[in-house]
Design a binder for this molecule. Structure first.
Ligand SMILES: Cc1cc2nc3c(=O)[nH]c(=O)nc-3n(C[C@H](O)[C@H](O)[C@H](O)COP(=O)(O)OP(=O)(O)OC[C@H]3O[C@@H](n4cnc5c(N)ncnc54)[C@H](O)[C@@H]3O)c2cc1C
Length: 387
């Protein structure tokens, strides 16, 4: 049995950020993952994640997004890789919009958060959107919120950087070693994996879409795992309009009650296409049984129903497509709480389709919990009790 101060199980966005922060503080820490992150089987892949500061899912989240941007900038210096691109974000809506974006009041809460946290932004009417961003076919009644400090982060590069830096600072990382269970052990916790047992003062459980199975049936109602599809379409004309200098990330609350649409500029040149997606939360799945491949039919239908009429200059040719997993809660929030029968275990499920932008900062908070066993008072908003 090997002893550590803190063990982090699951080294995706949340776990790798936590392990990195523990290592920065010189805490003896072990990170375990069932695969070899970054990988394409969880929730932290697909080249890009939107980051924005005025958070439409709740203004209490802005400080994590802001702090994460600072941490990624520091990490870029330490690892020599680009992680964050602040190309701006455009949120489009209208009084006719019925599409849900992580709840009913996304646009209004975005404006409230921007004003509360003094996030720089500009409001644009349809004419201004057309003249500044002609790639978007907005309708007359639509309007936009433009935030210049927003943009995208590169999820695989962030996970890789955090793990590389953590190991460089002395953390141990065990890849391809799934955690099978845990139990209270004196003043700490015994962690059982496929290969051996470890003892730690505390365990951070950040196993993403695998968390419901690990926690057991009584926790299952708190989580919904859903399959999401990401598609990259070729740029047919005006490639300059899709570079990060000319194209913001965007979230579009479409009219006529359809789903939302979101997308990115061409990250590394127009030849790689532009990533565009929507969300679905009607059908659930599990991390082990999900259909991972994306059929041609799915990308064809998405182009026909969502892309063609809303974005100019793109071709129906889908260059690549991937599936990815959301772990959602009923209120589109996060779960961060101690395990009710094992208080030395922190349950971390910060997804609901919007967690990445907060992950570097949340890792700081989880690492402090690993040392002190205490969460900030304000974290009651993430409590399990609300379900
Ligand atoms: C399609 C899609 C689009 C998204 N878009 C955005 C966006 O634009 N902006 C944004 O902010 N957020 C976005 N999100 C949400 C964000 O990506 C997630 O909040 C974040 O990736 C969740 O990270 P995680 O660490 O909880 O999970 P993961 O990154 O999946 O990590 C979980 C890890 O646990 C490991 N694991 C599982 N079981 C075990 C076990 N038994 N033992 C050891 N290890 C285990 C897995 O191998 C995995 O590496 C999006 C998510 C998806 C899927």
């Amino acid at each position: 049995m090997q002893d550590y101060e803190v063990i982090v199980a699951g080294l995706g966005a949340m776990g790798s950020a936590t392990l990195y922060q523990l290592a920065r503080m010189g805490i003896s820490a072990l990170g375990l993952d069932r695969f070899s992150p970054p990988h394409e089987l969880g929730s932290s892949h697909g080249d890009s994640r939107i980051t924005r500061l005025a958070i439409g899912e709740g203004k209490h989240l802005t400080r994590f997004a802001r702090r994460s941007q600072e941490l990624w900038r520091q990490m870029e210096q330490d690892c020599g890789q680009p992680l964050l691109t602040q190309c701006g974000a455009l949120m489009i809506s209208s009084d006719l919009s019925r599409a849900q974006v992580h709840g009913a009041s996304f646009f209004a809460t975005t404006l409230e958060a921007a004003s509360h946290h003094r996030v720089a932004h500009t409001m644009l009417d349809a004419t201004a959107i057309r003249s500044r961003f002609p790639q978007f076919c907005v309708q007359d009644q639509e309007y936009g919120y433009y935030e210049p400090e927003a943009g995208f982060v590169r999820p695989e590069a962030c996970v890789r950087a955090q793990l590389t830096l953590a190991e460089r600072l002395g953390a141990h990382v065990q890849r391809s070693e799934p955690l099978l269970g845990f139990e209270p052990d004196g003043a700490g916790v015994r962690v059982i994996t496929e290969r051996r047992s470890y003892r730690a003062r505390r365990l951070v459980l950040a196993t993403g879409a695998w968390i419901p199975e690990l926690l057991g049936a009584s926790f299952a109602p708190a989580f919904r795992v859903t399959r999401q599809v990401l598609t990259w379409f070729a740029v047919a004309e005006n490639p300059d309009l899709f570079t990060p200098e000319r194209c913001p990330v965007y979230i579009w609350q479409l009219p006529e009650g359809r789903r939302m649409l979101y997308g990115f500029p061409a990250l590394d040149g127009p030849s790689g296409g532009v990533k565009i997606a929507t969300e679905q939360d009607e059908r659930t799945t599990t991390a082990d049984s999900v259909r991972r491949e994306v059929e041609q039919r799915e990308s064809d239908e998405f182009f026909r129903d969502y892309v063609r009429q809303n974005l100019r200059y793109l071709s129906a040719h889908c260059l690549k497509a991937k599936s990815c997993l959301y772990t959602q809660t009923a209120d589109f929030g996060f779960i961060v709480d101690t395990h009710p029968s094992c208080p030395e275990v922190l349950i971390v499920s910060a997804c609901s389709g919007h967690g990445f932008k907060h992950s570097a900062a949340l890792g700081e908070v989880f690492s402090r919990w690993g040392i002190t066993g205490r969460l900030p008072e304000s974290f009651t908003v993430f409590g399990l009790g609300r379900f």
